[in-house]
Design a protein around this ligand. Structure first.
Ligand code: UDX
Ligand code: UDX
Length: 456
């Protein structure tokens, strides 16, 4: 029986390993993490992350061939294949601060693997890493006098939160990078054989290690760039009475452009896009490529502009003062169907509104606890209320920041009736029926579309 160990039971490691265990009953999967609380939660039905369909997948395999533990050393020692899926945040200190990846957790893992291993192993980079990290990883792994051989593969994960289970079950592709040596190719084949148990072989792409590493950064940079591109156009639409939805539809029907990832929004969030683009920027700079570095940096700059622009629109439309006004934030997660708030645009919006002395009340069906963790310094200034109807009571404005589908079904007449007048609504996701809201009496603002106002 092949034994897998995955270090890191987070948003990526947890769901990915649960899917491998479910699909491959002949593979034993041990997920290990230094965080005891997280591991304990994985052992219950109250999982540490919210992801539709995840519990069913975990339940199908847990206790059979899927195990969660804090015994990292034992997990490593027993394994034939070790996935490393620990977090690689943006560095906050020293050389490359604010841009480069902080590889300290990842290096600690490599050292641990090197120290405790007593048999040859395949090491799989699951975390997103800078290109050529495998080289450094190999140096660490083969330092010292442990005779064990480690073969490093890059197998970046492309799942998106909220749709992780569908993405894992039926991915566009799986990418595996290996060295072009006999042992590299043998290791690569071993991993291909695991994925091939449920994914058609033609969707399992193989590449050299550096291409695989760089493809992950590039994929995220391209996706984020599409969002920033349409958001840049949304600003122009607001100035010209063009409608960004119509523009997106018109360009998206060109098969060379395609319709996906063209939704203008308050901005992209999530743990990956900003971090990975900044990482790409840093890599370009490291290789002396200033123009490509500047090019990609603009994608992040445009995103920050979009978030700030949203708050400016709120402020201007509400007569240039929001001090003391109650503003209800509907949705704090960085996208729907997740409780994840990392890099959520809602963070900047709430901070800027609080900076204007507005009375901010945050509502979200899944992300209230994480929202509190994002703004520890503002807990006495910001209110948190899961029930949207209570959150909007007496509010001067509602700002919809996450596209939770239940927000579409809210009774907006009831909301309007309970709000202060004039009642403003700012749809940061362009998901509501703006004409219907206007007919109820709302002042309606959205992204990249003309405003609808009853005021002279
Ligand atoms: C992952 C990837 O690792 C990251 O590089 C990628 O860009 C996004 O997805 P994610 O799963 O979202 O990160 O991270 P997180 O939820 O923070 O999980 C990482 C886990 O690793 C944590 O539970 C943490 O406790 C664990 N960890 C970290 C260890 O077990 N050992 C360590 O030394 C460090
Ligand atoms: C992303 C990548 O999609 C995934 O392949 C990678 O493995 C991790 O990073 P994720 O961050 O989970 O996944 O979510 P994604 O669906 O890509 O959305 C990212 C952000 O962009 C969200 O804030 C979302 O609301 C925003 N977005 C997305 C838009 O504003 N408009 C769009 O058209 C699409």
């Amino acid at each position: 029986m092949t034994k897998i160990c995955c270090i890191g039971a987070g948003y990526v490691g947890g769901p990915t390993m649960a899917m491998i265990a479910k699909q491959c009953p002949d593979v034993q999967v041990n997920v290990v993490d230094i965080n005891e609380k997280r591991i304990a939660a994985w052992q219950t039905d109250d999982l540490p992350i919210y992801e539709p369909g995840l519990l069913e997948v975990v339940q199908a395999a847990r206790g059979r061939n899927l195990f969660f533990s804090t015994d990292v050393d034992q997990g490593i020692r027993d394994a034939d294949i070790v996935f490393v899926s620990v977090n690689t945040p943006t560095k906050t200190f020293g050389e490359g601060a604010g841009c480069a990846s902080d590889l300290q957790y990842w290096e600690l893992c490599a050292r641990r693997i090197q120290e405790v291993s007593t048999s040859d192993k395949i090491i799989v980079e699951k975390s997103t890493l800078p290109v050529r990290t495998a080289e450094a990883m190999e140096r660490v792994l083969h330092s010292g006098d442990n005779p064990v051989h480690f073969e490093v593969l890059s197998n970046p994960e492309f799942l998106a939160e909220g749709t992780a289970i569908a993405d894992l079950e039926n991915p566009d592709r799986v990418l595996i990078g290996g060295h072009e040596t006999p042992s590299g190719q043998k290791a690569l084949q071993a991993l291909v054989d695991i994925y091939a148990q449920w994914i058609p072989r033609e969707r399992i792409l193989t590449a050299n290690v550096w291409s695989a590493e760089l493809s992950k950064l590039t994929a995220n940079a391209f996706l984020a760039q599409r969002v920033s591109s349409i958001n840049a156009i949304s600003a122009l639409c607001e100035a010209t009475e063009a409608d960004v939805g119509e523009v997106a539809h018109a360009i998206g029907t060109d098969s060379r452009i395609g319709p996906k990832f063209l939704k203008a929004s308050i901005g992209f969030g999530g743990s990956c896009f900003k971090k990975d683009i900044l990482n790409l920027v840093y890599l370009c700079e490291t290789y002396g490529l200033q123009a490509p570095a500047d090019y990609w940096r603009q994608v992040v700059a445009m995103n920050e502009y979009q978030e700030t622009r949203f708050v400016k629109t709120m402020l201007r439309s509400m007569f240039n003062t929001i001090a003391g006004k109650r503003i209800a934030i509907l949705g704090f997660a960085f996208k729907a169907d997740t409780g994840d708030t990392r890099e959520s645009p809602a963070i900047r919006v709430c901070r800027e509104l609080a900076g204007e002395h507005a009375q901010v009340v945050v509502s979200d069906p899944q992300a209230i606890e994480n929202a509190k963790l994002e703004m520890p310094d503002l807990l006495d200034q910001i209110e948190f209320e899961e029930d949207p109807y209570i959150a909007v009571e007496g509010a001067h404005a509602v700002a919809l920041l996450t596209e939770w589908k239940q927000y579409k079904e809210l009774d907006f007449q009831r909301i309007y009736d309970s709000m202060a007048k004039p009642a403003f609504i700012f749809d940061g996701r362009n998901m509501l029926d703006h004409q219907a809201l206007f007919d109820i009496g709302f002042e309606v603002y959205s992204i990249g579309k003309g405003r609808k106002t009853h005021l002279k």
